[in-house]
Structures are given as C-alpha cells and as structure tokens.
Design a binder for this molecule. Structure first.
Ligand SMILES: Nc1ncnc2c1ncn2[C@@H]1O[C@H](COP(=O)(O)OP(=O)(O)OP(=O)(O)O)[C@@H](O)[C@H]1O
Length: 306
C-alpha cells in the first residue's frame, strides 16, 4: 500500500542542541499517530517541520510520494494544523478570522460556517476571539485547519489545559474528524489515556529520538495485567498469597496487587484466602495503564543508555 507519510532520518540541530536525532517512521493513509514523551523530547520540532515552519538539518519528509522539503509551499494546501496554541487576531471575531484565512487560501467563504458548525462554534462565531476561552481557541484552531480539507492534520497538544468536560469534547471532535474527513493525523499529547483511545499507533519521543513506534498495546512487550484484591486482614491475605506462590504486594491500606499469572486458578486462590479467614470485598482484573508502561519504558531506555 502507498504510504501517506514517510519520515526518514530526520534531524534538527539548534547550535549544539540536537532537537531531533535521526527520526524515522512511516504512516499509511488514514492512520492516527500519537506523539508522546517528556517535555523537550522533540515532538513540536517534528510537527513544525511537517507544517513547513522549520527546516530539517538533514533527512527527509515525504507526503503522498512528494518531498516536503526543501520547498514545502506546494504541499502546504494539503497539510493543516497548529503547533503550540493556535494564534488569531483577538480583536476580530472567530468568523472574521476564518474568513481572512479563506480569502488568503482562495477557499470559498461558505466553508467558514461549515467548519464553525463542525467544531460547535457557530453561535460564538460572531464574538471577538479575545473573549474566547482556551478550549474555544483550540476548537477554532481545528476549524481553521479543516478549512482546506487537509489530507494530513497536525495537532500539537489539542487537549492542553482543558477541563474534564472539554477534554471529552475534544476527544470526540478529533475522533469524528478522523472518521469523517479520513485524514491522516499526527497528534502530540500528554493526555496519555486520550492518545491510547484515539490513536492506532504511538511514537515515543525521548531526547530527540524515537524510541518506539507501534501500537500502544505493545509498548514494552505484552501488556501486564494484574489482579487487585480488596481484602482484610491484609497481613493474613499477604501471608496466604505468599504461601500459594503469588507475588503480591500491598498498594494501599486496603488493597493488594499481584501481576496476573496465566497458570493461576483464581477461584482456588480466593477459596484458599477465604479458608484462612480472609474477608474479600472485591477482586478486580486491571490492565496496566499506558502511562505507567510509558514511564517504565523510558526508565528502562535510560538504564540501557547508561
Ligand atoms: N528555536 C529553537 N531554538 C533553540 N532550541 C530549540 C528551538 N526549538 C526547540 N528547541 C529545543 O529543542 C528541544 C526539543 O523541543 P520541542 O519543543 O520539539 O520538544 P517537545 O517534545 O515538543 O516538548 P513539549 O512536550 O514541552 O512541547 C528542546 O530542548 C528545545 O529547547
């Protein structure tokens, strides 16, 4: 299958600072890639290059078979999005800001109301952007990007600074954009749970390098599942679990966790606990979160580097 995005050996230096260090990955059309990793790892630098804002020091970006650099201009109508907070004229309304963009890009002005509707800003479209909340500006940023019906959408931390309700709205909006516009999306985010839900693959950035590209579920090998018991008395439950060969440890005052072992018969274990007079209030099966796997993965990488 033809690839939508091919990033090969991409590097960027600012003086002696290596912001990106030989980054490579490919994306098929319609894929959604989540860029994760610590602050300063190089995510925004990559996104700026994809948006034609920062020139690579070396390496290449190919979009739909055409090189983006050294002259990104011909491809810019196909690439939309923002890095950092989207910027608008604060004294103009949302609609006026988009109308200006439409004029500059020779897009029919009728598109403005379509995209405002799409991001649920039609009613606020007549208000000055200076009075918009942070979440409204993020949505206006997405509206601006959608105006040109991009084949590749770049979203830099669209969830940044949103409260839980707005976070959910943004998650739904990005999911809908992907489905309805069919674009390839590259999104950076520190909202790891959202990345896991929305993206079909992740790239883990660390110190300018990509340490992992692939499905979130396979980061660091097979995801670890655990069993959590809420049981009392804790010390007796722990003794019994140990006697049964279960590698359990307390996670707080009332709960015990053990990594799931396929050889266990959980019913027998629970029966043995009850037989020793342990009262079990809940037994839960829990998958380790992507966030904790990501932290463990990065820690391992640093141990390897040393
Ligand atoms: N214009 C610049 N001049 C000098 N150094 C820069 C410039 N832009 C980025 N850097 C440096 O490059 C590195 C990567 O920065 P980048 O903004 O890409 O990281 P990031 O992963 O997006 O971080 P965050 O999660 O905080 O947004 C950082 O060390 C940063 O200080």
């Amino acid at each position: 299958m033809a690839l939508a995005v091919e990033v090969r050996n991409l590097s960027k230096s600012y003086g002696r600072k290596q912001a990106l260090d030989h980054v490579s990955f490919v994306l098929p059309p319609g894929a959604m890639l989540g860029l994760v990793g610590p602050n300063g790892a190089g995510k925004s630098t990559l996104m700026r290059m994809l948006l034609g804002l920062v020139r690579p020091t070396s390496g290449s970006i190919v979009y739909n078979g055409r090189p983006l650099w050294p002259d990104p201009t011909p491809l810019m109508p196909a690439v939309g999005g923002f890095v950092d907070t989207p910027q608008f004229y604060p004294y103009l309304s949302g609609r006026e800001n988009l109308a200006l963009l439409a004029e500059m890009a020779s897009i029919p002005v009728s598109r403005v109301d379509e995209v405002l509707e799409y991001v649920h800003l039609r009613q606020d479209g007549a208000e000055r952007v200076g009075g918009y909340s942070h979440g409204m500006r993020q949505r206006l940023g997405i509206a601006a990007a959608l105006m040109k019906r991009p084949g590749l959408l770049i979203l830099d931390e669209p969830q940044d600074g949103l409260d839980p309700a707005r976070l959910k709205e943004m998650r739904q909006l990005v999911g809908a954009v992907r489905l309805e516009f069919g674009c390839t999306i590259i999104m950076s985010s520190h909202a790891i749970a959202d990345v896991e839900r929305l993206c079909d693959r992740i790239a883990v950035f660390d110190q300018g390098r990509v340490r992992y590209v692939g499905p979130a579920s396979q980061l660091g090998g097979t995801p670890i599942e655990a069993i959590v018991w809420e049981a009392r008395p804790m010390d007796r439950a722990l003794d019994e679990l140990q006697a049964l060969g279960v590698n359990a440890h307390p996670i707080d005052e009332g709960r015990i966790l053990a990594p799931l072992d396929a050889r266990w018969d959980l019913a027998d274990i629970n029966a043995a606990l009850i037989g020793r007079g342990v009262r079990i209030f809940t037994v839960m099966r829990r998958a380790e979160s992507l966030e904790s796997r990501l932290l463990a993965y990065l820690e391992d990488q640093h141990v390897d580097v040393r």
